[in-house]
Design a binder for this molecule. Structure first.
Ligand SMILES: [Zn+2]
Ligand SMILES: [Zn+2]
Length: 680
């Protein structure tokens, strides 16, 4: 699969593995801009003299606009803002992508663009002063370009690219089956610059005359466009969180600012996020709003008031900021965190007690059921959520629970669960190495796990039939087993000598030997029982034959559940959020059998999966199942995916006892060792 620049920069998701960053921006163009503008950023260019210069190549070509070019030349030495530089480098990334340039190169430009957008110093100014700042992701090649831009106000490389391909072409690469070569061909032969024009041409039957294309191409392109437009466009949790962290970082140091907090669905750690919400406590609302709408990463200011503002980020989502008066955060946080249903319940409870509840606080109601006004008005505000809940005789309710799924009843009954936390976890039962489809070596992965303070990490490289992931055959399994043995000897030695990392738990750290065992399309398991019996932990999962009927799929999973050596079912629903449907399983049957056999069901922490979902995990627990929370890390950094698994588990009301990897290593190994008894 062609991986796109945007994905690799960590920006936004693309359901097909490509990032969505472009798409949000580009879709806006596609859906709202029917004027067929020659360049995608003309709106901004018109409003911004600096950008005119950037697009002066087009304006020069576009003979309707000769004056703009003249203006541009005069302003050559003007300094570009960070926002303008960021746009430019994003466009370079796009154009290189269309030209079929290597992914790492296009990624480099998008990364640099992001870093410039969030740079605390004015980059062009610093370059011109001969004091180039160190910007993450900016190497020699990009640094030279920044220097050229700072000195001359223009960049030849960029201008040359603009004469070759309009950056809008990149949106067409989102269509499955359409590669850079075809996109360029369509542009050169028919002048097609964006998806909208492509649709138009396909509908009018113009594509079939292009060499190498046919009526069938037209059909499949129209189909692909239709699919693209109905595809959900929300941010994955990790992406939303990273973006918000960046914005919060950008706001740091604003005069009067006491703190900025995440709110909305992100604070509830919902699976996917639409708009982002921030709450800020500040003594100087004007300064904060000013700073917020003026951030270099801002694409457009959507609205701006005295106490709130909304922006759309460059290649990113909408972010709303709300200012809270200092010391009155309690009801603001409640209002902007709970989902609608939770808040409706709280307002109802307040009303029953003679108060109305809004973000501003509780207002005493009069006889007529309206808040008292004038001298009789009474407003109660609270510094913390705990106090604001206590006003309704409710205990603090964890943000993840605020969805009106029984949490108010539980709060009243005193039965709110003590939710599992990251700190409760003693190990990770699902990780990969570069021996199959991971990035880092077994040793690197193990060392990273050890340094997280775990007592164990299970190495679960893929089994033989998953060729796409270079699954291990029996011989390579043996090699890996030896490797794991050697590493564990080293860990034991260091623990004895007292040279193990300081966070190592009293029981020490061990890399457990496991595999991710393929449940094959024919229902058979990928390794024979004799081999499986030699693993510490076996994680079984299903990656192929996903479209089989429910009966077949369920039978395959049941077969794994009943195997004496299968300990965990990984990512049971096999979903990819916004990308791939869940497996059609008889879930009640699966949960019942998992409970009976003591087979653990995974909550996969990959933000692409989060599988089991919170609803399913709750059902599984109700059916008597025990869970694991795993990262499914394919590289060291992804060991952090554990946090998303935990947030998902918390949304499912999961307590530590229900999660097998909160147990000690000894208890976990004892549990899996007794699987044969349970299935016999
Ligand atoms: Zn898997
Ligand atoms: Zn895996």
């Amino acid at each position: 699969m062609r991986r796109s620049a945007a994905v690799a920069t960590g920006w936004l998701p693309r359901p097909d593995g490509r990032g969505k960053a472009h798409k949000l921006g580009r879709r806006l163009l596609v859906l709202c801009d029917h004027r067929r503008v020659p360049t995608p950023r003309r709106e901004s260019a018109a409003a911004d003299p600096g950008l005119d210069r950037m697009s002066h190549v087009e304006t020069a070509v576009d003979t309707t606009n000769p004056e703009l070019d003249a203006v541009a030349v005069e302003q050559d030495a003007a300094l570009l803002t960070n926002g303008q530089l960021a746009r430019m480098f994003h466009e370079i990334g796009d154009m290189l992508e269309v030209k079929g340039e290597l992914v790492y190169k296009t990624v480099a430009y998008h990364r640099a663009a992001d870093a410039i957008a969030h740079s605390p110093v004015e980059v062009a100014e610093a370059y011109r002063a001969g004091n180039p700042p160190r910007i993450p992701g900016v190497g020699a090649a990009i640094s030279d370009k920044l220097a050229e831009l700072a000195q001359t106000g223009r960049l030849q490389f960029y201008e040359r690219l603009r004469t070759e391909v309009p950056p809008t072409l990149v949106e067409m690469l989102d269509l499955p089956g359409l590669g850079p070569r075809t996109v360029k061909l369509l542009y050169e032969t028919l002048g097609i610059e964006n998806v909208e024009a492509l649709r138009d041409a396909a509908e009018r039957g113009l594509l079939r005359d292009v060499k190498g294309l046919s009526a069938r191409t037209e059909e499949s392109i129209l189909q692909a466009i239709a699919t693209l437009e109905t595809r959900p466009q929300r941010l994955l949790l990790n992406q939303a969180n990273a973006i918000v962290d960046q914005v919060i970082g950008d706001l740091e140091g604003t005069p009067g600012l006491r703190r900025v907090e995440k709110a909305g669905s992100l604070r509830r750690w919902q699976e996917t996020i639409g708009d982002l919400d921030l709450l800020a406590e500040t003594d100087d609302p004007d300064a904060l709003i000013e700073r917020f709408v003026g951030l270099a990463a801002v694409d457009r200011v959507l609205n701006r008031g005295s106490y709130k503002a909304a922006i759309k980020l460059l290649r990113g989502p909408q972010v709303d900021l709300m200012v809270m008066p200092p010391g009155e955060a309690g009801t603001y946080e409640i209002h902007f965190t709970g989902n609608k249903d939770h808040n409706v319940r709280l307002r109802g409870r307040a009303r029953d007690r003679g108060w109305s509840l809004s973000e501003k606080g509780y207002m005493r109601l009069g006889e007529d059921g309206e808040p008292l006004a004038g001298p009789n008005a009474e407003l109660r505000t609270f510094a913390t959520e705990g106090e604001a809940y206590a006003f309704l005789d409710l205990p603090f309710i964890e943000p993840e629970l605020r969805q009106d799924r029984g949490e108010i009843e539980a709060a009243l009954a005193g039965t709110l669960p003590t939710l599992v936390t990251l700190a409760d976890l003693n190990g990770d039962c699902h990780t990969h190495s570069d021996r199959t489809d991971g990035v880092h070596t077994v040793e690197q992965m193990a060392e990273a796990g050890r340094r997280r303070g775990y007592a164990y990490q299970v190495l679960t490289d893929h089994s033989q039939s998953l060729a796409i992931a270079r699954g291990l055959n029996a011989e390579r399994v043996e090699e890996e087993r030896e490797l794991v043995g050697l590493l564990n000897q080293k860990f034991a030695r260091e623990e004895e000598e007292g040279t193990a990392p300081s966070g190592t738990p009293p029981e020490g750290f061990r890399l457990l030997f496991g595999c991710e065992l393929e449940i094959r399309a024919d229902g058979q398991l990928d390794f024979p029982d004799e081999l499986l019996a030699r693993y510490d932990v076996v994680v079984a999962s299903l990656h192929v034959g996903r479209r089989q009927p429910r009966v077949e799929l369920t039978r395959r999973v049941m077969n794994a559940l009943r195997n004496p050596n299968v300990d965990i079912i990984a990512h049971p629903a096999g979903r990819y959020i916004q990308r791939r449907e869940d497996l059609d399983l008889d879930w009640d049957a699966v949960f019942a059998e998992a409970a009976r056999t003591g087979t653990l069901l995974e909550m996969n922490g990959s933000p692409h999966r989060l599988d089991l979902s919170d609803h399913r995990a709750r059902r599984a627990v109700a059916a008597g199942c025990t869970l694991t929370i795993d990262s499914d890390a394919h590289r060291i950094e992804e060991l952090d995916y554990m946090r998303w698994g935990v947030s998902q588990a918390r949304r499912a009301w999961v307590t530590p006892e229900l999660v097998a990897n909160t147990w000690s290593r000894a208890k976990l190994l004892d549990w899996v060792a007794r699987k044969p008894e349970r299935v016999s």
